[in-house]
Write a protein that binds this ligand. Structure first.
Ligand code: ZN
Length: 350
């Protein structure tokens, strides 16, 4: 086996996988009504799809979206989620709703409210307050920022201050598209910051922190390839809200890396799971038993369809014989489908 040995427990077991960047609020988005016109670029995808969806969210749809997202993670052996949340018309209490939903399913979560000035200074203040409230109450999280290009300088500074006061990093989208003003983060960013995407960063960008790569999402938005091996920063791996199947994202990440550089090895890409375990170390002690062995990155890179048969989180079996044990997965799917219909109705009224 290779340099990955510490992350493979037995031939058919791994630690719980960690999704280093997720948007649990997007779990209900599949099937949503088509946007008023077809987006022709990344900013239009934000404006016509995601910035409409997030305005339609309320605490009820956030709850069912998070439960569905957590369930889907568990069913794919992902036991810990680093979540980035936005719901501008339901900010106060939203992070607790997400944390409670994940706890009910049994999945670990680190969540953050993505602060932005898109909805004025009051919206930014409410987002900052929600991060502060959640962390002060003992919530597991970071301070979220949507991205520098939608935030005033004062907002960036306030987020950095709140994060430092709570001893956590800032979770922020960075240079996903080519018009981000990411340079404005440089005076603030520290080693515990979570810099998501970095597609359009220069190699010597000078930002401290972990860069979280989301290859499928980047392809889906046609923003370009981040080429994460060029950075001095550690690289983590996330899905950006397209489920939480980390073996699948690993295979996509490997294929994309090989397209760019044929000397990239599966072990190189498997190592991108490490920052998730550094941020949420308890997941290393979770146990996932798979229907395949050995769980060797060189084999997994070329083996679609590998699935968990049993998942143990914090010593408790939370998935066995193809089903979650703490919750009724059929009920969650049914309730989430009802919540999705309510969300789509609101969306069409916006
Ligand atoms: Zn994202």
């Amino acid at each position: 086996m290779g340099g990955h040995v510490e992350s493979v427990i037995a031939d058919d077991q791994t630690p719980g996988l960690v999704c280093a960047h997720h948007h649990l609020y997007s779990a209900l988005a599949r099937g949503m009504p088509a946007p008023p016109r077809t987006p022709t670029g990344f900013l239009e995808i934000l404006e016509l799809v995601w910035w409409r969806l997030d305005r339609a969210l309320d605490l009820d749809t956030i709850e069912w979206s998070a439960k569905l997202g957590a369930l889907e993670a568990l069913e794919r052996g992902c036991t810990a989620i680093v979540d980035h949340h936005e719901s501008p018309n339901a900010i106060d209490g939203s992070l607790s709703v997400i944390a409670d939903a994940c706890a009910e399913v049994g999945v670990r979560v680190n969540t953050a409210y993505g602060v932005t000035d898109r909805h004025g200074a009051a919206g930014a203040a409410a987002g900052l307050a929600e991060n502060d409230r959640f962390l002060a109450a003992g919530g597991r999280g970071m301070v979220g920022l949507h991205a520098a290009f939608t935030c005033e300088d004062d907002t960036l500074a306030a987020a950095a201050e709140i994060a430092a006061r709570h001893g956590v990093g800032v979770h922020v989208h960075v240079a996903e598209g080519d018009s981000d003003t990411w340079e404005r983060l440089r005076p603030h960013a520290g080693d515990d910051w979570w810099l998501v995407h970095g597609v359009h960063l220069p190699d010597d960008h000078g930002l401290a922190g972990t860069i979280v790569h989301n290859p499928r999402s980047n392809m889906n938005n046609a923003v370009g390839y981040a080429r994460p091996t060029r950075f001095a920063n550690a690289t983590g791996l996330g899905t950006d809200g397209i489920g939480a199947d980390m073996l699948d994202e690993f295979r996509v990440a490997f294929a994309k890396a090989r397209e760019h550089d044929v000397t990239t090895t599966p072990d190189d890409v498997w190592a991108w799971l490490e920052p998730g375990w550094s941020l949420m170390p308890e997941a290393r002690d979770d146990r996932v038993t798979w229907n395949y062995e050995p769980m060797d990155p060189w084999r997994l890179a070329y083996s679609p369809g590998v699935s968990p048969t049993r998942v143990e989180i914090d010593g408790e079996v939370v998935f066995a014989d193809g089903a979650a044990t703490r919750v009724d997965s059929a009920e969650i799917r049914a309730k989430a489908a009802e919540a999705a219909q309510r969300l789509f109705t609101k969306l069409e009224q916006l």
